[in-house]
Design a protein around this ligand. Sequence first.
Ligand code: NAP
Length: 267
Amino acid sequence: MPKPLAAITGASAGLGALFARRLAARGYDLLLIARRPDRLEQLARELGAAGAAAEVCVADLAAAEDVRRVAQRLSSEPRLALLVNNAGFGVKGLFVKSSLEEQMRMHRVHIDALLELTHAALGGMVSRRAGAIINVSSVAAYVRNAGSVSYCATKSWINVFTEGLYLELRRAGSPVTVQALCPGFTYTEFHDVAGVDRATIPKWLWLSAESVVDASLAGLDRGKLFVVPAWKYRLIVAFMSTLPARLRVAVELWSPYRRDQPDPASK
Ligand SMILES: NC(=O)c1ccc[n+]([C@@H]2O[C@H](COP(=O)([O-])OP(=O)(O)OC[C@H]3O[C@@H](n4cnc5c(N)ncnc54)[C@H](OP(=O)(O)O)[C@@H]3O)[C@@H](O)[C@H]2O)c1
């Protein structure tokens, strides 16, 4: 019997690489998608040695032609049982002063690629009446932050999109499940890429990548729509979600963790 296949975007580092290791241990073969071939090939060798077949798919998900190629691969794959839309990155700084190209690249990776790959994967899953999609969002979907405007906006879009899909699938009686995974600050390469000094973020807010991925997979087993790992973040999300808009904006203006100021360490 052929193994089910899990496709993971952003598999060359951080949460994506860990999803690949955990899913290989759960009996999946893997399709590893990202830009860095050396990282993907190294991971594929590691997973192969552990008994999972892992295929490398080098793609820049900000490039429309690469996204189209990955989408075609997903839509023609009868074994596709899970898609993890995980690729992403942050940029810091005031929107008005930041590079427009960089902001648009973020929208292409977080929104356009996720939309197209989800569409490509869902068709087969719905007709096979099996499968799941995890969209890696963020607590930033609930807590806006001056200095990372596009990041918060794209992650909010992911939550709204995933909730809408969940409703459509449930109303159609489909067993296919979708999840929006909303981690807080997590130890990966994310903050190095974004140029954010980790020391500026209080230690108690940090999560391990292991705890985030394990919470996501436990949520997947239970068919949970929103997974917010760690009680401290569930409290923050619950609190921010109940506030009327004016109060929420006041709290956000007061927040000491905004990214529209230079890091003290970079002064
Ligand atoms: N770490 C956190 O604190 C945190 C918190 C909340 C949410 N998240 C979300 O978690 C997800 C994973 O991030 P991470 O923390 O694991 O960060 P990471 O260690 O920097 O990994 C990011 C992954 O995304 C891939 N990627 C970035 N741009 C890409 C592009 N244009 N095309 C294809 N792949 C691309 C990278 O691969 P290549 O560079 O090889 O292409 C890498 O594999 C992201 O969506 C992020 O927004 C992270």
